[in-house]
Design a protein around this ligand. Structure first.
Ligand code: ATP
Length: 667
């Protein structure tokens, strides 16, 4: 919202007609409405002669109309109202100079509108779900007493003073220029329709499909249901977003649903998880177990509404788009999920265990070994005391500090090279322009930068545009660098071969071998994303990997900025940077240094600015942890405990699409 003139007399300003910014969605009376007819003219209704409608070449509808703020004490105040693709512009036509006389509400901030007869307070409360409005009797009532039709426009505007808050604002337009309610309703519906069309133009589509929402009634404080009905459902209703709600009945309920549902793409416009990070992990892995995982990850966006205890992903998304998180994270995240904006996000494929006990999973948040996961998992039984369980247990663990021996390997990747390393630049390159190295010529789409173009022209940006080919292209480039001298790389679980390459010796009938290999590659590709690193059974190459052996207090790999709402763990991380931040704390670190590290995690000041012998952060694109078997410990993926033993992770850049707020991502 921008204001044209300095407010000198706020009492007379437009704010008198605003719903009082009530974030808890108490839909209390709005005392003032904009009438399309001045009160003095009601006895002889006027047809609004000033109404103007235009349709721009892009399909955006422009409407303008004069309204009045009727005031018992004073003469009606005329207000000019314009609606276009940018939003709503209001100008109060008054000669007085000591008042605000302009307002703009951005289309991005408007979530929807509704129109109908007067909404009495009791009916407004009925925005809460499960309550039915008897529309006929309402219309009858309205026609008897009030032939006006009302349009409610709902917006959530960033507070100018506290930009880290959004405030609910309702504008009510009253249409009563005509003799009957039906005629007035038609005019109101024209505005309602125009808002819908203009919002859709902003999203570049009119989404008619419904959202699939999973709600974990047990997550966080266990008030998931109540939070949904009080904070999410009213916003979805105001935005007129259709949805199908599934309350999870048990562990893996959501995973099974997304894995088995035959046609997710045709049924839903996106999946929203109203829960903690644990349920998001379930949904993600359910998708990756599907045959059509590639289509789903490209086309079906995932959203999260933080109802859990950790909420690292929701906090990271809000941070990266400079959006408020508290004091109403559920409300703000719901607004994010209906904003219609998507961004690619990296995943990390995790391989665990060897010798017949191998398993794989897809992670979006972190992998932990040592101190942080010990504190998190071991204090699980103290959940009832809330967030202070972490402080309590961290102090305990600082006093009796444990260290773990093991081997750590990784492929280093500088921040500025994160995207480059994976070749995500290539999706704009056509097949004809792609040049292939001799050993794989003709059957792998390995692209190159076209002549004359700068490499940077092809790097993906973090703007959330649709880059459907990102992941596929990333695989191709990696394949080029890793597979040219091998007959095959085995997948980490070693049951399947992820990718085949072709050496000169193996070519007898080039065409037939090529087509056979092509089909094998396609088959495996459809089952799972190809691996670019050796399986856990095989040693890592010494030329591209760095390996060290030692004793560690912890090793934590993070790929979102926040591990939980109050743990700002990897401040440099971006949703789609292709980087895993490996934070290593080595044995020998002083207790005070460690205490400062733990205390600094909430503000992101825990990582040393200068190279440090004991605490180090390394940007990598793949890592392997091999704990020494002599001591048992805890390992966790996205906060969930996994089998203790060898584990490796490899980043899959831009693998899924997530719902993000309107506005630009931070650099
Ligand atoms: N009805 C249910 N009963 C028991 N467990 C469930 C149910 N629904 C989901 N779960 C499981 O509960 C686990 C934790 O859920 P979730 O992550 O949503 O909450 P949380 O642990 O409070 O939050 P966070 O992971 O952010 O700390 C998940 O592994 C999920 O699979």
């Amino acid at each position: 919202m921008s204001r044209g003139k300095v407010l000198k007399n706020p009492c007379k300003s437009f704010c008198i007609i605003m719903d009082p910014c009530n974030l808890s969605l108490d839909l209390s009376d709005t005392h003032f409405v904009y009438d399309d007819t001045a009160a003095s003219a009601v006895s002889s209704p006027l047809t609004p002669t000033s109404s103007v409608t235009k349709i721009s070449p892009t399909g955006v509808i422009e409407l303008s109309e004069h309204f009045y703020i009727n005031n018992k004490q004073k003469a009606p105040i005329p207000v000019e109202l314009k609606l276009n693709g940018e939003g709503i512009y209001l100008r109060r036509e008054t000669g007085e100079v000591d008042e605000i006389n302009e307002q703009r509400i951005r289309m991005d901030d408007i979530i929807g509108s509704s129109c109908g007869p007067s909404m009495k307070k009791s009916h407004r409360v009925s925005l809460a779900p499960c309550r039915r409005i008897d529309e006929e009797s309402e219309v009858e009532q309205a026609t008897k007493k009030d032939i006006s039709a009302y349009l409610h426009i709902y917006a959530y505007i960033k507070n100018e003073k506290h930009s880290m808050r959004r405030e609910r604002t309702v504008r009510i337009l009253r249409f009563r220029s005509f003799d009957t309610y039906e005629e007035n309703l038609k005019v109101a519906e024209r505005w309602h329709h125009a808002i819908r069309i203009n919002k859709a133009a902003l999203k570049h589509e009119l989404v008619e499909k419904q959202l699939l929402i999973f709600l974990n009634p047990k997550s966080g404080s266990g008030k998931g249901r109540e939070m949904f009905h009080k904070q999410m459902a009213p916003v979805l209703k105001e935005a007129d977003v259709p949805y199908e709600l599934h309350v999870t009945a048990h562990y893996n309920f959501a995973r099974e649903y997304v894995r088995k549902h035959s046609d997710l793409l045709r049924s839903y416009s996106g999946i929203v998880v109203a829960s903690g990070d644990g349920l998001f992990f379930e949904v993600l892995n359910g998708i990756m177990e599907r045959e059509d995982w590639r289509a789903i990850t490209r086309q079906l966006p995932l959203g999260i509404v933080p109802c859990g205890s950790g909420n690292g992903l929701a906090r990271s998304i809000a941070y990266l788009y400079n959006e408020p998180y508290g004091p109403k994270p559920i409300l703000y995240a719901t607004l994010t999920c209906i904003a219609g904006k998507l961004a690619p996000m990296d995943l990390v494929r995790i391989d665990i265990g060897k010798e017949g006990k191998a398993s794989e999973m897809y992670s979006f948040l972190s992998v932990g070994w040592g101190l942080i996961v010990d504190v998190d998992i071991e204090s699980e039984h103290l959940r009832s005391i809330g967030a202070s369980r972490f402080t309590f247990w961290a102090i305990r663990r600082l006093i009796s500090l444990r260290t773990y021996k093991g081997r750590l390997s990784y492929i280093r990747c500088d921040r500025k090279d994160g995207r480059k390393a994976f070749g995500t630049r290539v999706s704009t390159v056509s097949n004809e322009e792609r040049r292939l190295p001799p050993e794989v010529q003709e059957f792998h789409d390995i692209p190159n930068t076209p002549a004359g173009a700068k490499e940077d022209d092809f790097y993906s940006t973090n703007t959330g545009t649709n880059r459907d080919d990102e992941f596929g292209d990333a695989i191709s480039l990696d394949h080029m660098s890793f597979h040219s001298n091998a007959d095959s790389w085995h997948s980490a679980v070693s049951k399947r071969t992820a990718y085949f390459s072709l050496t000169d010796q193996s070519i007898r009938s080039r065409r037939s071998v090529l087509s056979r290999l092509e089909s094998i590659n396609l088959e495996y590709e459809s089952r799972r994303p190809p691996s670019t690193i050796p399986s856990l059974d095989l040693p890592v190459p010494t030329d591209t990997w760095h390996t060290e052996e030692g004793e560690y207090v912890m090793v934590h790999a993070a790929y979102t900025t926040h591990l939980s709402a109050d743990c700002f763990f990897a401040p440099e991380s971006r949703l789609n940077d292709g980087i895993i931040y490996l934070v290593i704390v080595r044995s020998g670190v002083g207790r005070s240094q460690l205490a400062n590290f733990l205390l600094g995690m909430s503000s992101g000041t825990h990582l040393p600015k200068e190279p440090n012998k004991y605490i180090e952060v390394v940007p990598v694109r793949a890592f392997r942890i091999e704990p020494s078997p002599e001591r048992e410990g805890i390992m966790a993926v996205d906060g969930e405990r996994v089998d203790y033993g060898p584990l490796q992770g490899e980043v899959l850049p831009g693998m899924i699409k997530v719902m993000v707020p309107n506005g630009n991502a931070i650099d």
